[in-house]
Design a protein around this ligand. Structure first.
Ligand SMILES: Cc1cc2nc3c(=O)[nH]c(=O)nc-3n(C[C@H](O)[C@H](O)[C@H](O)COP(=O)(O)OP(=O)(O)OC[C@H]3O[C@@H](n4cnc5c(N)ncnc54)[C@H](O)[C@@H]3O)c2cc1C
Length: 301
């Protein structure tokens, strides 16, 4: 999808930086994804005008954070991608409250808070991606989930065309699912974190890092877990029991280190990865009678 010249000029007036014809494979941890225009939303206050313009122009769009939980179609894509610039995102502390821009790196936020003796989020240290993506997905690991600490979120709401502040109590944070509307755009969050000495937080972070290093293919291209765990079960364990580690379709492969991580072993396409996901889902359904649900977000044409 390409932005035409007249709309481009107006978008630039609204403080949007345009990156034309970029490959999303360079913006996703799987290194898979086709080509489109990217709009960097440099000014929160103009977002309602930007969104109105895209609506008037009938320009379909998707929102990309750090690109660590998405599987994006190949080829020329039929929508533009919106992105909050990651340079110098704001982070500020007032007592036990932390105010963070959605563009901030999640791990960077955890260490920023640790240095100010604010803990609780040690489990999230190795989750890659942005704070906005973590809010959307209710990212979690090792018994911690971000939703527990959310007090307020500034959101651009397509339903009203305005930036609104939502209270944490009014948002449902479930396992890798939240009650934000699909077209809500998270811009900033206020978290409330428990006080904890820096040394204790760092010790907790070291434990989580070690667990991750010993069980996940961190030096390979992946999007983390492909499937959600079914209630009371483990998708990874079932896939492992079916001896599917190392199983591949083209260059898309079930990791031989963690069976719920599917990796791009070289130059996998989106369709290779989708075929692999379908094959594994089918094998699990046949063997266990369980229908695995995707955790990875798939953007197809
Ligand atoms: C090696 C590895 C390990 C991982 N381990 C974990 C783990 O332990 N636990 C876990 O929960 N996840 C894990 N993940 C998955 C992923 O890192 C998280 O889901 C992360 O929170 C996604 O953030 P992101 O910014 O990359 O989002 P993206 O992948 O860019 O987007 C994910 C979804 O969020 C939406 N989104 C992103 N930002 C915004 C925003 N500001 N406003 C509105 N919508 C937005 C996108 O539209 C998309 O629907 C792992 C991934 C990798 C590669």
């Amino acid at each position: 999808m390409r932005i035409h010249d007249k709309a481009a000029a107006r978008l630039e007036e609204l403080g949007v930086e345009l990156r034309l014809g970029i490959s999303l494979s360079e913006h996703t941890s799987l290194e898979i994804g086709g080509t489109t225009d990217m709009l960097l939303l440099r000014r929160h206050e103009t977002i309602p005008d930007v969104m109105r313009l895209l609506q008037d122009e009938d320009t379909p769009h998707r929102f990309l954070g750090g690109g660590t939980n998405v599987l994006i179609a190949d080829g020329e894509l039929p929508w533009v991608v919106l992105h909050l610039p990651t340079s110098q995102p704001g982070m500020r502390v007032e007592g036990n409250a932390v105010f963070v821009d959605a563009a901030a790196d999640l791990g960077g936020m955890v260490t920023f808070c640790a240095k100010r003796d604010l803990g609780g989020m040690e489990g999230l240290i190795g989750v890659p991606g942005s704070v906005g993506g973590a809010l959307r997905m209710n990212a979690g690991a090792y018994g911690t989930q971000i939703g527990t600490y959310v007090r307020e979120v500034d959101v651009y709401r397509a339903a009203t065309g305005k930036i609104e502040t939502m209270r944490g109590n009014d948002i449902r944070f479930d396992y890798r699912h939240t009650s934000f509307a699909p077209d809500d755009m998270m811009l900033r969050v206020k978290l409330e974190l428990p006080s904890k000495p820096y040394n204790e937080i760092i010790a907790g972070i070291r434990v989580c890092n070690e667990k991750r290093r010993s069980s996940q293919p961190l030096n390979q291209k992946s999007a983390g877990c492909i499937f959600k765990n079914p209630p009371g079960g483990s998708a990874g364990r079932m896939i492992d029991e079916l001896k599917l580690k190392g199983h591949r379709v083209g260059d898309a492969m079930v990791s031989d280190r963690h069976a719920n991580f599917f990796v791009n072993a070289a130059h996998a396409s989106c369709s290779d990865m989708l075929k692999l996901i379908d094959e594994v889902r089918e094998r699990v359904r046949t063997a266990y009678g369980i229908e695995l649900e995707n955790e990875v977000i798939v953007w197809q044409n």
